[in-house]
Design a protein around this ligand. Sequence first.
Ligand code: PLP
Length: 395
Amino acid sequence: MKKGYFGIYGGSFVSSEIQQELDIVEKEYLKIKKDKDFIKELNNLRRDFQGRPTPLYFCKNLTEKIGGAKIYLKREDLNHTGAHKINHAIGECLLAKRLGKTKIIAETGAGQHGVSIATACTMLGLKCEIHMGVVDIEKQRANVEKMKMLGAKIIECSQGDGTLKDAVDSALLSYYKQYKTSLYCIGSVVGPHPFPTMVRDFQSVIGKETKKQFKKAENKNPDYIVACVGGGSNAIGIFYPFIKEKEVKLIGVEALGRGENIGDNSCTIKFGEVGVYQGFKSKVLKDKNGNISDAYSIASGLDYPGVGPEHAYLDEIKRVKYEAVGDAEVLNAFYMLTKEEGIIPALESSHALAYAIKIAKTLDKEKSIVVNLSGRGDKDIDFILSLKGENKNEK
Ligand SMILES: Cc1ncc(COP(=O)(O)O)c(C=O)c1O
């Protein structure tokens, strides 16, 4: 496959000046990937600072309640800072130090990537600039305050609909102006090459651990692995080590939000078209006039009109099946896990959970499903309480 491409998807669509810089980033990344000292430092931080390996947990209560396939959770919510995002945040910040950079620039939607980056920057002594849409700032107040406490500078983005895509635009622009002293730490498997590959490699620790843990629990591979897809980092992280294991069904779950109309969901794989956006080629959601459309989801980390190029490819070759669930099912799944297992999931992760609950009922008891529980729901509590009908769901 052509360097930086997954089939026809991926690549790098930036100016020649920025391309030169990205080539330097790639070269250093390929070096550190094999560097024993770097791997040791990363592994030590993952163990002692981050709390890896995260557990694989069998949901006995939920499985009994549903009465079908066994449901397991890969507990990425138990990472320091509460989500999988820290898997690549620490890796990217260590890389920035190797490159002699003094500052990290990043975007955030739900605030999880922003908090992870701000945390890694504090620990590693780097300056930190986080771009965030005004709508997400309002919705994810607690994470905004955490980032500020950690010393990050927050850039409010009021252009567009004030969500994730606008934050990415703003962060990319800022990076292009300051690339000599800074590194852009993108929050998902998106952006120009080498970001999608680098982020995938750092995130694939999730799948590697899952494989070992599931083997220990059941002495085989799981039948299904289900993960939510925004840009696609938690999904590719758990899928990647299983891609060659053809018996394992891999399912990515996009946000159907309020419904199928463009602007009401974030189903880029399902409803998107091929296009170049934010420096890479993938599928993108477009409106009737062919412009990039706004995306919507109840989960701030999923409302992005693009998707990682490797996902577009895995869809095309039919190795991963992409499904979608809407806001109402997501809220049901959120409350169900909370009530049955005492685990409050992030709204993003509740998409994967909702789909798993739906298929578990149709499968027999010997089958097993691993859900990537990408994050914890603490960040979503205020927003959920503000929703109308909250009392009805809580019963
Ligand atoms: C908990 C959680 N899960 C999932 C996502 C979606 O991102 P990705 O598709 O890159 O995993 C986010 C994004 O903010 C998140 O916070």
